[in-house]
Design a protein around this ligand. Structure first.
Ligand code: 2AM
Length: 483
């Protein structure tokens, strides 16, 4: 009997996705370079309910076991391993067969591969898969881009395998042509960086200035998870605060080294934002925050320089805090900051879509992120509604509903940022979001002065607010002649 689909690359994500597909009723062939993982997967399939998973130790019999036209999902490390796996498997594949890369791949690599395999009649999809291990097993958010024909062929599988959100359907849609699936997943990850940083800042100000204990933080985040901030990341944050240290006294979170790892999608997002001249200060701040966290040893030394010399301590204020008010303010500041961060991510997607002619639908992206993925949140429903109201919305901030929500929260937001600034608590994400809001909503910015400076020293010319045309002034001559 031929299986419906194949999956190559059986690290945890691959194993879980294979079991998910099998559980939805699609017999699946599996393969991995290191064959012990094949046996492991087949064993798991037996244990988890005799799921129809068939293991193969060599690529040829693996490919031949799949019904034609064949579909193979690869979940191997991005970069060269993907090229190697394509080479290994495609040797046995035939015209009309389809390869899907489910890794976090750089979108241009997908476009290159799509072209390369097309010469041999093979179809190609680059599919973002979000939701971590748990999502892969029980329902991820899927972002397939590339060959529409290939998407159509496996749509029935994807619709069943993806997370299901009551009222809004499976968390999958055909994203668009070329590398758009990878690109959208990349921006999703950039937004995830922003969300995590904003939550970390909320934690910092509540803990460092508000003096909340882990128990109180657990209660606060649990409460927040019942309202407009309801989301996977707030939920897991609440959980984290209640986990006690298994190797000593106190809570585990206090023992975790304050040094953040990263795999690169956040950096790519920021690079793309710069490439396309799309302002993304919150996402950029979250990436910088990870870089600064990485300078742990330097920070330890710096803290000594300031503390031991008596220059200044860690927290700069010792003011009386109304805890209840602070908690409410931080909740509002977090929500408003989040709107700005998502606005940046969405605008980056749109800019790329316009550059590449992908025709991406921003509301649809918000819909498929509502379940399965790391940034899943009730808030995404509001984003979808905003784009439903106006698909050409230039920025989420000017959607009437979001505009109202931001204004309602701005006093609290400013209080939190001011308190953090006064206290010497860095809040790069929330501050960047507020600056984004304050810059975007102002008709006139001090850019006139920057432009005048550019014309002064470099004759870059300037436009005028009152006349059309391009102007240059001999600023230096005039200024000095009048001395
Ligand atoms: P392995 O178990 O044989 O190492 C995540 O690392 C997944 O990518 C694993 O399934 C791993 O296979 C696979 N992988 C990494 N490099 C690879 C390569 N060059 N060729 C094939 N698979 C690779």
């Amino acid at each position: 009997m031929a299986t419906r689909i194949g999956l190559a690359g059986l690290a945890v994500m691959g194993q879980n996705l294979a079991l998910n597909i099998a559980e939805k009723g699609f017999p699946i062939s599996v393969y991995n370079r290191t064959t012990s993982k094949v046996d492991e997967t087949v064993q798991r399939a037996k244990k988890e309910g005799n799921l129809p998973v068939y293991g193969f130790h060599d690529p040829e019999s693996f490919v031949n076991s799949i019904q034609k036209p064949r579909v193979i999902i690869m979940l191997v490390k991005a970069g060269a391993p993907v090229d190697q796996t394509i080479k290994t498997l495609s040797a046995y594949m035939e015209e009309g067969d389809c390869i899907i890369d489910g890794g976090n791949e750089w979108y241009e690599n997908t476009e290159r591969r799509e072209k390369a395999v097309a010469e041999r009649g093979l179809l190609y999809l680059g599919m973002g898969v979000s939701g971590g291990e748990e999502g892969a097993r029980n329902g991820p958010s899927l972002m397939p881009g590339g060959s529409y024909k290939a998407y159509e062929y496996i749509k029935d599988i994807l619709l069943k395998v993806a997370a299901q959100v009551p009222g809004s359907g499976p968390c999958v849609t055909y994203i668009g042509k070329g590398g758009s699936g990878n690109f959208v997943k990349m921006v999703h990850n950039g937004i995830e960086y922003g969300d995590m940083q904003l939550i970390a800042e909320a934690y910092d100000v509540l803990k460092s200035v508000g003096k909340l204990s882990n128990r109180e933080l657990h209660a606060v985040f649990s409460e927040w998870n019942k309202g407009e901030l309801l989301s996977f990341l707030i939920e897991i944050t609440a959980d984290i605060f209640k986990i006690e240290d298994d190797k000593g006294d106190g809570y585990l979170v206090d023992k975790v080294l304050d040094k953040t790892g990263m795999k690169g999608t956040g950096k790519w997002t920021v690079q793309q934002a710069a490439e396309l001249s799309v302002p993304a200060p919150t996402i950029e701040a979250s990436l910088d925050a990870r870089f600064i966290s990485g300078l742990k040893e330097e920070r330890v030394q710096a803290a000594k320089v300031f503390k031991e010399s008596g220059l200044c301590g860690d927290i700069l204020t010792d003011q009386e805090i109304d805890k209840k008010q602070l908690i409410e303010d931080v909740r509002r500041a977090l929500y408003a900051s989040k709107i700005c961060s998502y606005a940046q991510g969405m605008n980056l997607v749109r800019a790329k879509s316009m550059e590449k002619g992908w025709g991406l639908k921003l509301g649809e992206l918000a819909r498929i992120w509502k379940g399965g993925c790391i940034i899943r949140a009730i808030f995404l429903d509001r984003i979808k509604q905003a784009y439903d109201r106006n698909p050409d919305l230039p920025n989420l901030l000017v959607d009437p509903e979001f505009a109202k929500e931001m204004v309602e929260r701005q006093s609290a937001w400013r209080r939190v940022v001011s308190l953090a600034v006064d206290s010497g608590i860095s809040m790069p994400g929330m501050t960047a979001s507020l600056a984004y809001f304050d810059s975007y909503r102002r008709e006139r910015l001090p850019a006139n002065l920057v432009q005048a400076q550019r014309d002064y020293f470099g004759a870059h010319t300037y436009e005028r607010a009152d006349f059309d045309g391009s102007f240059h002034t001999e600023w230096f001559k005039i200024a000095k002649s009048k001395l």
